[in-house]
Design a protein around this ligand. Structure first.
Ligand code: GDP
Ligand code: MG
Length: 194
């Protein structure tokens, strides 16, 4: 059993020369800006502000490493959302991630967060296609479950099944606010890094 509450911020990383030791498996959290990434990391680890470290100026374009129970690193990637940001942000994101994907022999699993109230967009698709073409295992996870009604939930699920041919049981719904889906997500991560 992994104790997610035993979580500490390790460092923010800008280059591949800088990854933390000891080397452990890494689980990468990805999602558009505002998807609820910081909130879900805090909820998983039962901390109020663990992941808001990344809100510090200058940290928003870095990879933030959290050590979980001395067993693996949870890696918080910068939020993407290229269309709404400037080109410079896109370039920084792309070079950081390229660098990371190329050098990280420890990347074991990726969690791609999707806001249940929003349609999946080209940025999400680019990210997911990248994972697929690089043979990185991943799981799609909806956030903000508390904000959708039954019909919207069913629609969101169908959308993923249609686009990504995902089994209906593989879709994870979460709410950081209501603490929904967190145990399933923890189990999924635990299985993935075994
Ligand atoms: N209702 C609801 N709001 C959420 C949830 N998770 C995050 N939010 C809100 O969404 C906004 C963005 O959250 P944040 O964790 O900072 O997103 P990030 O930019 O992906 O790190 C904040 O206003 C959060 O309070 C959730 O599960 N339910
Ligand atoms: Mg954040």
């Amino acid at each position: 059993m992994i104790n997610f509450a035993n979580a500490t911020f390790v460092k923010s990383v800008a280059s591949d020369m800088d990854f933390p030791s000891p080397r452990l498996w890494e689980v990468l959290f990805l999602g558009r800006s505002n998807v609820g990434k910081s909130s879900i990391i805090n909820a998983l680890c039962n901390k109020k502000s663990l992941a808001f470290v990344s809100k510090n100026p200058g940290h928003t374009t870095l990879l933030n490493y959290y050590l979980i129970d001395d067993k693996f690193y949870l890696v918080d990637a910068p939020g993407y959302g290229f269309s709404s940001r400037d080109k410079n942000h896109y370039k920084l994101f792309a070079s950081l991630m390229d660098n990371y994907f190329v050098r990280s022999d420890k990347l074991r699993f990726a969690i791609v967060l999707l806001d249940i109230r929003r349609r999946i967009n080209d940025d999400d698709k680019l990210m997911i296609d990248y994972l697929v073409s690089n043979h990185i295992s991943y799981r799609l996870v909806f956030t903000k479950y508390d904000q959708a009604n039954q019909q919207e939930k069913a629609k969101a699920k169908k959308m993923l099944m249609d686009i990504y041919n995902i089994d209906k049981n593989d879709v994870i719904f979460t709410s950081s606010k209501d603490k929904v889906g967190l145990e399933v997500l923890k189990e999924t991560i635990e299985k993935a890094i075994k």
